[in-house]
Design a binder for this molecule. Sequence first.
Ligand code: RIB
Length: 297
Amino acid sequence: MPTRVVVAGSANMDLVGLAERLPRPGETVLGDDFVMAPGGKGSNQAIAAARAGGTTTFLGAIGSDAFGVTLGSRLTAAGVDTSRVRTSYGTSGVAVIMVDRDGENSILVSPGANRTFTELTDAERAAIADADVLLCQQEIPMSTVHTALRTGRAAGTRTILNAAPARDLPAAMLDEVDLLVVNEIEARAITGAAEPDIAALLALVPRVVLTLSGAGSRYADRDGRDEHVPAYRVEVADTTAAGDAFTGALAVAWGEGRDLVEAVRWANAAGAVCVQKVGASGALPDRSEIEALYNRS
Ligand code: RIB
C-alpha cells in the first residue's frame, strides 16, 4: 500500500536568478539566466512525496492571480490531490531566489495567499486524520501548523515537522511532533544553543533528523540510536528544494515501514538527485531516480 501523505503548507512561485556570486547588501550584481517555476516548501514536499510513490494530498492556499493557476496545475500534474486547496483573493506566495555558481542560494519569501491559510476546515482535518503521515513546514501561520500537528497526533497520524524556515515556535507545538527534521540553523534556533544539540532536541521530540548539507544527515531518537548517514557524492547545480526532496521522500519511506535510518539513506538519495538540477519543483526526483542512486551505494 502506498503511504498516504498529507502536506499542510505553502505554495510559492519561485523567481530564480543565477549569478557568479550572490550580491552583498546594497550591491547590484550582473547575473546569468532567470527561471520562474512553482515552489514553496509545502508544495515542493507534496510533489516530492507524490513522485517518491506516496498518495499525496496538499492543504494550503494559493492566490487568485496567474501564479495561482500555475501553482495548482503543477501540483495536479504531479498527481497530488488538490481538491481541498483554497483560492484566496489576491497574490500568491512568491519567493525571490538567487543562486550562485556553487549552487548556494539566498531566498526571500513574500507569503501572499499563504498568510490566509488559517482555521482548518472539517474537510482539512478529516484529510489529516485519514493519512498515514502528516508533513508540515513553517511558511504558513504557525497557529495553523500547530492545529494541523495536533489534529494528526490525536488521530494517530504520524507527524513530521520540517522546522523551515527557522522561526520562533511555541514549545507546546513540539509536543505534537513525532519526527523533527531540521538543518543546523534551524536546530540552533529551536534550542538556543550555539551548536546543534541533539540531546536538547530529543528532550523536546522523540526523533530527530539533522540535515548536514553536503555531509549527509544524522538520525537520533530517544531509544538511543544516533547514526550519521553519509551524503551521496554528486555534482551540485542548485541546492534549492533539496531539503524538500529529502523530507517528502522520508515521509513516504517511513510510512512504508522502512527502518528510519534506511529511510534517511533513501531520502538522502532524493536530495542528491534534486541538487543536480536547477529550480525547485522541476528538480524533485521520481521514485526510479531515487532507487537508482540508493541502489548504487
Ligand atoms: O525549500 C525551497 C523553497 O523555499 C523554494 O521553492 C521557495 O519557494 C521557498 O519556499
